[in-house]
Design a binder for this molecule. Sequence first.
Ligand SMILES: C[S@@+](CC[C@H](N)C(=O)[O-])C[C@H]1O[C@@H](n2cnc3c(N)ncnc32)[C@H](O)[C@@H]1O
Length: 297
Amino acid sequence: MPSATRQPQRDLPLDESRAVMRGNFGGKSGKEYHDGWEAMWQAGNFLPWDRMVPSPALADTLNNHSQVIGTSKLVLPDGTTRRKRALVPGCGRGVDVMLLQAYGYDVVGLEYSGTAVEACKTYARETENEELYKARDEKVGKGSKIYVQGDFYANDWLERAGLGEYGKEGVFELIYDYTFFCAMHPSMRPAWAKRMPTLLASDPQANLICLEFPTNKPAESGGPPFSSPPKAYMEHLSHPGENVPYNDKGEVRVQPLAESGPGALERVGHWQPANTHQIGKDAEGKVNDNISVWRHR
Ligand SMILES: C[S@@+](CC[C@H](N)C(=O)[O-])C[C@H]1O[C@@H](n2cnc3c(N)ncnc32)[C@H](O)[C@@H]1O
């Protein structure tokens, strides 16, 4: 459990929360949009996504869905093994990075915000030895972790993560997207969908795991977080880089007969996690989020 000094911030009433988000991101695009995140981290007084503990849906996936996602062990063609490399893009305070490390993955936590990277390092120092982040399997042990500042859409951070030699090859065997897709303005989704397959290793043991959130938010209410129902992930990851059509309410239009585009990922698993953060549940406590798992074809 987080200590008293590490309590998540309270949620603002919806109207106030939307006004803060509009102030930071409304009408902005490209670098200006990204800089809105750094401004929020620097202000530090409204980080509504920052729960201070790892995603329960990720823990559920790692504990109960290894038949789909495997484990942290990668088996190489010659039969030898090594730890899988994992990426958490837009890792925030790095809580999910630390969970993956505890499950034996070698993890890169990527953040556009330099202030967030510093917050990751401080949080790691304070919590590293807590029960929450102990190695889940003593025989496997903990993997490594590194936090790097960089833009998901650029390549320079791979160098800083010690992975520059991989160039254009997909280098990660696990990518965990939580509140990253929904943090993007919908106009950035084609670029998000084009980038994911280039970072994901072309190996049947390599998985992109998306925690689909928010699934029930009306699209016209804007964001971030922007409405992200399963069909949005499906249409974009089936057509990387393409301008997927949206209707005038901002909802994705499903094209069931359209052929997949080059580099499309295939959805190999889709379920509702046994648990998720409170924000992903309805008033009765029923989980609204989904986990989707994607692989190269
Ligand atoms: C909504 S927050 C979610 C943080 C974290 N996943 C969590 O759940 O606590 C989105 C994060 O993505 C980061 N971000 C936004 N655009 C980015 C980009 N292009 N490259 C890397 N990080 C980015 C922001 O700085 C922000 O911390």
